[in-house]
Ligand binder design. Structure first.
Ligand code: ZN
Length: 260
């Protein structure tokens, strides 16, 4: 594997596809494989997948260490994700791993952990039209996307969405039934970047949509940014000052050990 490639792990709960014939018809190998197949067309990405029912949910320490960007889709089994896995994913994000949370992943343990809020919202299943309007056309995640993406049928998510105010808001959704929603939200946590992207209810072919796929491709590149070693901050005691401190009336020894 080329170490210069962006190493992407697409994680999926992978339960609806096994139990619901409609979902299985749309995503015969699971939606993680549909998303991964599109990303594998990108020469700068090395893509693998992981699912809930694999040992350690497919997210071992080694897998996480070798992941630059983690994509997360979950819904019916958020509670089954082990807290130890959430701890490890959080630690990797703070170290610089990117996280892309899709659709019902808004209520995943890892997204709620990283946001620190309830991440609750309003929802409705009514086969309604969704338009995702680009609110930040210069943002890297919106490149190659027109003024809006139209999806003929989706589940509705509506405001208020209980998340922190995003650092960048890339999309706002309008729904046929009258609701609006912040659909593309960017955050920084530690050295890591997080993107929440709303669409992707399991009974619609949303992840086959070329524009939705393009947004995910763009988001992977955006979330993979980790700077370099020179931007990694040092935390802890500073034994020697950077400049000479002239604390008048104190000896050099007293300046070095003020409590003694
Ligand atoms: Zn849904």
């Amino acid at each position: 594997m080329n170490k210069n490639k962006i190493r992407v792990t697409v994680w999926n709960e992978f339960r609806h596809e096994k139990t619901n014939a409609t979902v299985k018809g749309i995503y015969p190998s699971g939606m993680h494989e549909t998303i991964a197949a599109r990303l594998r067309n990108e020469p700068d990405m090395a893509v693998s997948t992981a699912t809930l029912d694999e040992p350690e949910h497919g997210l071992t320490k080694k897998v996480l260490e070798q992941t630059d960007v983690l994509i997360w889709w979950g819904h019916m089994a958020h509670g089954e994700v082990k807290d130890e896995t959430v701890d490890m994913v959080q630690a990797r994000i703070l170290e610089g791993m990117g996280l892309i949370v899709l659709h019902s992943g808004h209520y995943s343990k890892i997204f709620r952990r990283m946001m620190g809020t309830t991440c609750l919202l309003r929802w409705r299943e009514a086969h309604e039209k969704e338009k995702l309007w680009v609110t930040d056309p210069t943002h890297p995640i919106a490149q190659g996307i027109g003024p809006c993406i139209e999806l003929p049928h989706e589940e509705m998510y509506g405001e208020h969405f209980d998340v922190p105010t995003p650092d960048d808001l890339v999309f706002v959704s309008w729904f046929e039934g009258g609701d609006v929603f912040r659909s593309g939200c960017c955050y920084k946590r530690g050295l890591g970047r997080i993107f929440y992207f709303r669409p992707g209810h399991e009974v619609y072919p949303t992840y086959h949509n070329p524009e939705i796929q393009k947004v995910i491709v763009n988001a992977v590149r955006w979330a993979s940014f980790q700077g370099n070693d020179t931007v990694k901050p040092y935390y802890g005691k500073m034994t020697e000052p950077l400049e000479k401190i002239s604390a008048r009336g104190y000896t050099a020894e007293q300046i070095k050990h003020p409590g003694v």
